[in-house]
Design a protein around this ligand. Structure first.
Ligand code: ATP
Ligand code: MG
Length: 473
């Protein structure tokens, strides 16, 4: 970790309570930290200056300040302001308001979208709504802006707040730092800078309460610890381990998004270790987790680790791994084993894979909601790999033109191990895909099949009334 942008001294005490509405923040002056405007998105800076010129307060917040201080390149630049979403919209023509419950302003630029949020608070709903909203609402009853369920999980939090309240409603101290262009200082309400220097992930406030409010924060703690090489602070970790089973209360679609972020972070192996140690993995994937642990001689465990390691290497090299390919690499062996079971029951291979993927989706989706289209893409990767084992096969050019050809090829190559003959065929497919002209078959294949020229087949007429059109997933 490069810590060149961190100030030399601890500039503030480590705060961990939510009672600090009136607390003065620690201010880290421009001369004490190494963050420069050159490292920031010019669009984000433009927004901050326009807000300031129009009399509003605007800060860079969250992950981008954390990453800039650590000398890492921020993934995105998030802004907060005291301007309401409608006021932001009036200032920027490229602004679109999104979210029905949390009104956020998205500012669209050629190559990025910058999110501008209004300062929010965790406090109960006592504030006035925006004049425009109140007028629009007419006689309609106004919904509460802050709503928790009986277990303390936040269902809605859209109460405007002060900069201090906004910092304190964030998840971890290291994610609550703000940068202002008013004097280029960093504002720290929670002791985030001290934790950043000590490489600690610590919730703001009581960790048990914060994980109860939003169980997804547990996965975020794991991801930041793994990605940044930080440790999870002792109380935070104890509360996380105790609450791990409650992760299933989070929305399944959110858990899927977080799962992708964890395993595509480039530190998937470390994420997996932490998920296992804390009990989160077993809670997220109960059936699969049992399968991983039950198999003899640790085979699936080792294999799962190898696949994650492979994904990490690719991400670290700057390659993209698509969600279906990730799922195929992580769950392919498990699905293969299910498919084998169906095959032994007499189903043909393709239908066995369909049934296996459908069973896997049925087990997984109630907790981690894999979108149906991703499930279909996963099924195709697993079932289509058999086509790569024959060369040239039927209509190779049509196969190569498939949008998921590279995923199928990658999956087959990564999972084929030391099978030399298969590797040679995969090389042929790779070359075929890269070359505009047909690539000659490997010698052993030419001997067997002669020339790749095939007799033109008569196309079969489609049955206009198929008995079953279902495709599995
Ligand atoms: P990265 O973008 O690198 O994954 P990040 O910290 O920027 O990390 P985002 O998801 O972009 O993460 O969120 C931006 C900021 O919003 C966070 O830094 C944090 O302050 C706040 N935040 C995000 N999710 C939550 C949450 N579940 N609870 C409280 N605060 C959150
Ligand atoms: Mg971010």
């Amino acid at each position: 970790m490069s810590s060149s942008n961190l100030p030399a001294e601890r500039s503030c005490g480590s705060g961990n309570r939510l009672e600090t509405e009136t607390r003065c923040p620690a201010i880290i002056a421009r001369s004490e930290h190494g963050i420069s405007r050159k490292q920031m998105s010019p669009n984000a800076l433009r927004i901050l200056y326009r807000l300031k010129d129009n009399g509003f307060v605007g800060y860079l917040v969250g992950g981008c300040v954390r990453d800039l201080l650590l000398g890492r390149e921020p993934k995105d630049f998030d802004l907060v302001t005291n301007a309401t979403p409608n006021q932001v919209k009036r200032l920027f023509r490229n602004c679109r308001l999104v979210g029905r419950r949390f009104r956020l302003a998205h500012l669209h630029f050629q190559n990025e979208i910058i999110e501008v949020a209004t300062f929010r608070s965790l406090a109960a709903d006592e504030r006035e709504s925006e004049p425009e909203e109140a007028a629009g609402a007419g006689q309609r009853q106004r919904h509460p802006r802050m709503l928790k369920d009986e277990d303390g999980m936040i269902l809605r939090d859209n109460v405007y707040g002060t900069p201090a309240e906004d910092a304190l409603r964030r998840d971890f101290t290291v994610n609550s730092l703000a940068y202002t262009i008013a004097d280029f200082s960093i504002i720290d309400y929670t002791g985030g800078l001290a934790d950043l220097k000590a490489c600690i992930i610590r919730t703001i406030g009581d960790p048990a309460v914060r994980f109860q409010e939003d169980p997804v924060r547990m996965l975020r703690a794991v991801r930041f610890a793994a990605q940044l090489g930080f440790t999870i602070e002792r109380n935070t970790r104890t509360a996380l381990t105790a609450a791990a089973d409650t992760i299933v209360r989070a929305a399944p679609a959110r858990l899927y998004e977080e799962m992708l972020k964890l395993f595509l972070s480039g530190e998937g192996v470390r994420c997996y270790e932490l998920l296992r140690q804390t009990g989160l993995f077993g809670a997220l994937f109960p059936v699969f987790s049992d399968w991983l642990c039950a198999e003899s001689e640790g085979f699936p465990h080792t294999r799962f680790g190898e696949m994650l390691n492979h994904v990490d290497c690719r991400i670290q090299q700057g390659d993209v791994v698509s969600p279906p390919l990730l799922l195929a690499l992580l769950f392919g062996d498990y699905i293969d084993q299910k498919a084998e079971r169906f095959r032994c029951q007499g189903l043909p291979w393709q239908q066995s894979v369909n049934a296996a993927v459908a069973e896997f989706m049925g087990e997984t989706c109630p907790i981690v909601m894999i979108a149906n289209r991703v499930g279909i893409a996963l099924r195709d990767i697993i079932s289509q790999q058999t086509r790569l084992k024959k060369i040239p096969g039927r209509r190779p050019e049509t196969f190569i033109a498939r949008h998921d050809f590279n995923d199928i090829l990658d999956y087959c190559r990564i999972t084929c191990g030391n099978k030399k003959e298969l590797a040679a065929r995969l090389d042929w497919w790779t070359a075929q895909a890269l070359q505009p002209a047909p690539v000659p078959l490997p010698a052993e294949q030419t001997e067997k099949t002669g020339t790749p020229e095939r007799k033109k087949r008569r196309r079969r007429r489609r049955n206009p009334h198929p008995k079953s059109g279902a495709k599995g997933v």
